[in-house]
Design a protein around this ligand. Structure first.
Ligand SMILES: Cc1cc2nc3c(=O)[nH]c(=O)nc-3n(C[C@H](O)[C@H](O)[C@H](O)COP(=O)(O)O)c2cc1C
Length: 191
């Protein structure tokens, strides 16, 4: 089983990356092959809405996103870790998401889903926000659900922690890292 982890925060070693590392550790302990990709270290341009994908379902922009498209086709489970920035995902994560537009075209317009047999792969969303605002994670979850549907991922589980702001503050949370480890392990269980 292949589990892809995407670290979507620009802050290296930050709270969501710590959660991601634990989730991937949990999956690895159960025998999964895991790969972690740090979006802020890739060169991913924003979608230009150029229409280049309209007839083919392929994005015409030649950058690191091309590597991710390949991974998206072959993964068995995706873990996305991204904090809340102004109620949504950070720009690095949002660029990656918007570049999934070609996959949306492929799936919904050209009727060519990523996974031919319609299998829904597994997913896990990990997030934190600095504040404790009500409904803090609602906009992010809605965005992620739309992207996951495009990627033929079932929106399975999410772990979102409010009031986690300073770098590394998640380490002081009583259950977060353990829950992330368990959620990663659970991805490997058979449905
Ligand atoms: C540009 C920016 C926007 C942010 N917007 C929000 C927000 O809307 N709500 C919130 O609760 N926290 C917000 N935060 C705080 C982050 O969610 C918080 O610091 C989080 O712990 C960062 O996660 P990381 O360590 O994984 O990068 C924002 C931080 C930054 C830098």
């Amino acid at each position: 089983m292949k589990v892809l982890g995407l670290s979507g925060s620009p802050r290296r070693g930050g709270n969501t990356e710590l959660l991601l590392d634990r989730a991937l550790e949990g999956a690895k302990e159960r025998g999964a092959g895991v790969e972690k990709i740090v979006l802020s270290e890739l060169n991913i341009h924003p979608c230009r809405h150029c229409g280049g994908c309209a007839r083919t379902g392929w994005c015409v922009i030649e950058d690191d996103m091309q590597r991710l498209y390949d991974r998206f086709r072959t993964l068995d489970a995706l873990v996305l870790a991204a904090p809340v920035f102004f109620m949504g995902p950070p720009a690095q994560t949002k660029s990656m998401m918007d570049r999934c537009q070609c996959l949306w075209v492929a799936k919904y317009v050209l009727k060519r889903p990523l996974v031919e047999d319609g299998t829904k792969r597994k997913s896990l969303l990990l997030s934190v926000g600095g504040s404790a605002r009500p409904h803090l994670f609602r906009p992010l979850k809605t965005i992620v659900q739309a992207v996951f549907a495009t990627l033929d991922l079932a929106y399975g589980n999410d772990l979102c922690f409010a009031g986690v702001d300073k770098k590394g503050a998640i380490r002081k949370h009583p259950t977060a890292l353990r829950k992330a480890l368990e959620a990663g392990a659970k991805l490997v269980e058979r449905a």
